[in-house]
Ligand binder design. Structure first.
Ligand code: ZN
Length: 271
């Protein structure tokens, strides 16, 4: 599932071609993805000016003249850009739009993606209760949010009201880098540990954005290039390998936690 770095990569590919431009034409080839599209979806988008493209957590928010066009990539969604004026429709292209002579296609084989149009005066409900972005989070606030739950640390970090944008991959990587157990009770974390964890979360995310995200199955930038952060995973998907921590002789273990795979080192992530 695309997480913050993958969604950021997509936004960076859209901004130079869409911001300040008008949606020349929009076609919806079905009436829903995970949820039904709003009434007259394509018609209302057509002719709207794109003011700004914002990423909030794992959401793409396209600020238009009259609406916010909310997009979520779900499990397998991607946006592909074609510079050719004769765009060839691909299988699983569900929404296609043109800006100048550039065509964009929202392609999603599994259809867990989501799109909605929110009137400008309203706040998008999906982001209303969301915690701050990791890069904007204050260490004290992060600590307080972790104090509010006795769930395991890994599960708490996947909760978008605790911190925005994280998913399975980057939580595993950041916990390893912090030497913290994914099973640690969230509200038993110390102030100092929370501060270190937040710093490592930001560091891992920054490196992943730099690498264009992680391309495990479906993620691609809008120009079709693959991210390469998967080659830098320390623990995620590394079951049975030696722990990369200096002087640690541990092995990476995979365990299912709240229905998701958790990868960690049983030796240096005991705290
Ligand atoms: Zn280790």
């Amino acid at each position: 599932m695309p997480e913050l770095p993958e969604v950021e990569t997509v936004c960076r590919g859209l901004r130079p071609y869409m911001e300040g431009k008008t949606l020349k034409s929009v076609q919806a080839y079905r009436s829903n993805l995970r949820n039904p599209f709003p009434p007259l979806f394509a018609e209302r988008l057509q002719g709207q000016k794109v003011n700004k493209i914002i990423r909030r957590g794992k959401y793409i928010l396209v600020e238009l003249s009259d609406y916010t066009w909310m997009m979520h990539l779900g499990m397998s969604g991607k946006i592909q850009r074609s510079l050719s004026s004769h765009y060839v429709h691909q299988k699983h292209d569900h929404v296609v739009w043109q800006v100048d002579d550039v065509t964009f296609a929202f392609n999603d084989p599994r259809r867990f993606g989501d799109m909605d149009l929110i009137p400008k005066s309203q706040v998008c409900t999906q982001v209303k209760s969301m915690a701050p972005e990791p890069f904007e989070m204050k260490a004290g606030d992060f600590y307080k949010r972790l104090q509010k739950t006795s769930r395991p640390l890994k599960t708490a970090l996947l909760d978008q009201t605790v911190i925005a944008g994280l998913g399975n991959i980057y939580v595993c990587e950041a916990l390893w880098q912090s030497g913290l157990s994914p099973f640690k009770t969230s509200n038993l974390i110390t102030k100092q540990q929370a501060q270190g964890l937040l710093k490592n979360i930001c560091e891992v995310l920054e490196r992943a954005i730099e690498a264009g995200g992680s391309s495990l199955r479906d993620h691609r930038a809008v120009d079709g290039t693959l991210g390469y952060f998967q080659h830098h995973f320390k623990v995620y998907d590394q079951k049975g390998k030696s722990c990369p921590t200096a002087l640690c002789s541990g092995t990476i273990k995979r365990e299912v936690q709240s229905g998701r795979s958790t990868y960690y080192c049983t030796t240096c992530q005991k705290k």
